[in-house]
Design a protein around this ligand. Sequence first.
Ligand code: ARG
Length: 479
Amino acid sequence: MSRKKPWGGRFRAETDPEVVRFSASVHFDRALARHDIRGSIAHARMLARAGLLSEEEVSALVRGLEELGRELEAGTLPLDPELEDIHMNLEARLRERVGPVAGRLHTGRSRNDQVATDLLLYLRDACLAARRGIQVLRGVLLERAGEHVETILPGYTHLQRAQPVRLAHHWLAYVAMFGRDASRFRDLGARLREECPLGSGALAGSTLPLDRHRTARDLGFQRPSRNSMDAVASRDLALEFLASCAICLAQLSRLAEELVLWSSAEFGFVELADAYATGSSLMPQKKNPDVPELVRGKSGRAVGNLVALLTVVKGLPLTYNRDLQEDKEPVFDSAGTLRDSLSVTAGALATLRLRPERMRAAAEDPMLLATDLAEVLVREGVPFREAHQAVGRVVAHCLEKSADLRSLTREELRRFHPSFPAPAGELLDLERSIESRALPGGPARARVEESLAAFREELEREEESLAAEEGGGVGGTEA
Ligand code: ARG
């Protein structure tokens, strides 16, 4: 009924019931309720300071809003889809609790600046949760890496065995990758504290003497937004969040893909714990890697969510258009998908059974040392291209004769190039090969130990900054 709607005044007929259903968003934007209440409390207090509400009015409103917060916590807050969205539901409930004074709360405010503010507060929490999830996963990866400095396996390019590395080195690659994800969410977290949309009204601010600096400060922003049209029309920070989620999930998906591959009989490098695997309803012998498969599969949603909102935004004239209501489900879905995927991946890795002997056996493939042999020639003064050709011919010879690269005598080697200084057996050794890759960032033991220490320190710093921000309450930085 249009009577029920705050905007019903200029309407004569009721909204078509199908339109009511079509445009309702409260079944998902209820996720903004906490942030909406917080924003309303800040707005009401500011109205009183500005002389637009009396002391009794503001205390009634704040008390009522706090009661709504308790109802929300208790799960007893009634939500009515006929009231469209969470903003109108909360206002209607407030009226039930405190009476007509509720009608003063929306003074100098539009749902446009209200929802833009709510979303930024929500995104702050979501960034913090993402950083926490990443921190837990990096902690597990780091711990497992520390246990496997001595575990050697092939590193791959093109999924072909390339050169031997330490398992610690392989996992520290992910620690580095997820570290950049965390820093993306940290950077975004700072941007989410810059400009407060509240006070931008529908698009052109207000004639009322609102104190925008006060609400901005109260809600943990640096300043009010500098342009009221930008403030209600823009969703780039939501896009940035979706992009950061998509990137992080794409990286999680690569790790998941490796868990799937490595747990196959063909690799046999790892076995998922029973708690992180599933069986087949038909084949009794199966143990399936559904958990990493779902992480890999769900990463597609994050990509889709980013593309969905980019598509919504790209054709919109300034300022607010109702299309923007479509920003929320992608954001909520990506936040939830990322949270769950980080958490199950951390669990799967923490409980993963490793088969170092299978990794080692694969790394014993002597062909992994072919590059080392070429570099022996380079050290003898041979140009690298010439050395590469010569060793290529040595490799072809070994493949043809099914010979072990390491078994070639000096004389045999010299048939391919006169500069080989010793028999292959003396030149090639798995451990020595890894140890001689001692450049910064390389797989040699000392370098890996250094990175372990550096990453541990980085995680400690992130832990301190996370703990401080998590103490900050809803949306951080409680005034
Ligand atoms: N539910 C709406 C949204 O999420 C709130 C803003 C509504 N504004 C409007 N002018 N209809 O975008």
